[in-house]
Design a protein around this ligand. Structure first.
Ligand SMILES: Cc1cc2nc3c(=O)[nH]c(=O)nc-3n(C[C@H](O)[C@H](O)[C@H](O)COP(=O)(O)OP(=O)(O)OC[C@H]3O[C@@H](n4cnc5c(N)ncnc54)[C@H](O)[C@@H]3O)c2cc1C
Length: 225
């Protein structure tokens, strides 16, 4: 979230002082998700020398896994438009050290990993260094920022997201939550649908009932508390 917004501003013709640039560098992205793919595409367009995307999970299967039936979103191998532009993806690998000097990174020390007793465990004999002068961390959403949660005394669920009822109201009357803060890391379409549904809840709270559209009916909201 430091690197990508800067690149967006520059793409829109704005000036960014001290822009983080991949140009001419070996770039390693830690995290194999969509944000990592955005970083990969951006680094390629900035003419990085090489781009490697590391993912701790094994290579996903091409077909829908049996444990993820429709309508769940399947964890299959995907090639995004960014991946079509180049770069290398490495799966089942973890980073043990950043190597460098004078405050700058020159290499990442990595090992292949396998799952042993529920933990990612390095595979003996696989430790190696990858050249890297720019490392981008894209390891995922770890929950909403805590300030408002703590100051308002909002309850959170087991994953650290803000708990809410079927009307999107939190444990504090008159405080509503929607989007990633309540649902966890998700997509724009869900943020829009939840925002409109939460507006319905807030309207009903203020006026007793609501005619505002509610795109997500209560029974369709899996994260309800
Ligand atoms: C790099 C990246 C790439 C993504 N790519 C895609 C994509 O291609 N397609 C897709 O569908 N989704 C994508 N997503 C996910 C998508 O951006 C989110 O699901 C969506 O933005 C969630 O919307 P939101 O309104 O819940 O939260 P946000 O968009 O995060 O908005 C929350 C806002 O609240 C503000 N805020 C925080 N605390 C306070 C406070 N105390 N008071 C007032 N304001 C506050 C924040 O500054 C922020 O502006 C991507 C996410 C990332 C990080």
């Amino acid at each position: 979230m430091e690197y990508l917004p800067q690149a967006n501003r520059v793409a829109r013709g704005k000036e960014v002082a001290d822009q983080i640039l991949a140009t001419g560098k070996d770039v390693v992205i830690i995290g194999g998700g969509d944000t990592g793919a955005d970083c990969l595409g951006t680094a390629i367009r900035q003419k990085a020398k090489s781009v490697t995307q590391l993912e701790i999970m094994p290579t996903p299967t091409q077909q829908r896994p049996t444990g993820q039936p429709w309508p769940t979103y399947p964890m299959t191998y995907r090639v995004s438009s960014a991946h079509e532009e180049g770069g290398e993806r490495v799966y089942a690998v973890n980073t043990s050290a950043f190597v460098g000097d004078n405050g700058g990174v020159s290499h990442l020390r990595v090992s292949d990993v396998s799952m042993v007793d529920g933990r990612f465990t390095p595979v003996d004999g696989t430790e190696r260094d990858i050249s890297a002068q720019l490392v981008l961390l894209a390891m995922g959403f770890t929950g909403p920022e805590r300030t408002a949660i703590d100051e308002l005394g909002l309850e959170t669920d087991a994953r650290g997201n803000i708990a809410r009822n079927d009307s999107y109201e939190t444990n504090v009357p008159g405080v509503f939550v929607c989007g990633d803060a309540g649902r966890g890391q998700s997509l724009i379409v869900w943020a829009i649908a939840e925002g409109r549904s939460a507006a319905n809840g807030a309207d009903a709270y203020l006026s007793g009932s609501s005619k505002l559209p509610r795109p997500i009916p209560p029974t369709a909201r899996p994260m309800a508390v």
